[in-house]
Design a binder for this molecule. Sequence first.
Ligand SMILES: [Ca+2]
Ligand SMILES: [Ca+2]
Length: 320
Amino acid sequence: MKKSNAQRDSGMALVVSLMIILLLAVLVHRFTFTSRVQVAAAANLRDQFQAECMALSGLEAAMAVLAMDDTEEVDHLGEPWALFRGSPELSLPETEEGGFLVWIQDENSKINLNRIVGKDGTTTDMFIRRQLDRLLSFFGVPSDMRDSLLDCLEDWIDSDDLQKLNGAEDQYYMSLERPYHAANRPLRTVGELYLVKGWQEVLEVKLESGVKITDLLTVNPTGGRINVNTASALVLQSLSPEIDDSTALQVIALREEAPLAGPQLLPPPFRRGGVSTHIQFSGSLFLIQSQGLFRRAVSNAQMVVARGVQQWKVLARRIE
Ligand SMILES: [Ca+2]
Ligand SMILES: [Ca+2]
């Protein structure tokens, strides 16, 4: 039996209506989805902003704790700045309040990499070179490789383009698959060592204690002296081949009894020529690391501050 025209038309109308409804349903769904994504993105952005504010608050709180330190001639690990951790009780994820975790480190507890090259930009500071050489040996780097790593480090920092015996200048770096220039200036971050020939491997070495070599190095302008009240046993040992691990532990036991204010109580190797002019008993530069947390958002901030006359000076500040 043939369908009448009217029946055919109403069938078509039904199909068209269904298609329109389907199209509308798809559009509404898309619109709702986009709105939901936008709402979630806005919430994430808000949480991230809150986390950043928390990280910045951490820096300010740390500055306040440092400013309370009224013994600038002695800085040790029992002082409030060294023990300050921020507000860990508030830092649990999913809390409305959020919080910040803070670590303050004395940069004079670390070896200053940039000091291996003198202020003139070309000469070698043999004390720092030997100190770095010993530190590398503690991380299991063999002698010939240490020579090469230190030559490459000097070439990277020194202003000239003259390659040392085992070093590397532009000639090497520009021949790489992804070429780049030697910096020919002081390092700006410890992480820059990854660009220096041969260093990547040693940067990834972790001692049993969990310590990495980068934990013991700085590029901040400390002046190069080591604070014996805050330096780790490895950094103390790096000062001289005469300081073995038992001598370093002896110093740590001494300073735990009472902070050291001068060289009088230190074992003899610390009081000899070269070493005595490379140690101090306080910190001049401090690194503040702050982690802000809000719900699931995390933000990291860093600040380097120098102790000046009656006030602290901010040398660098970075938020990630
Ligand atoms: Ca102090
Ligand atoms: Ca150079």
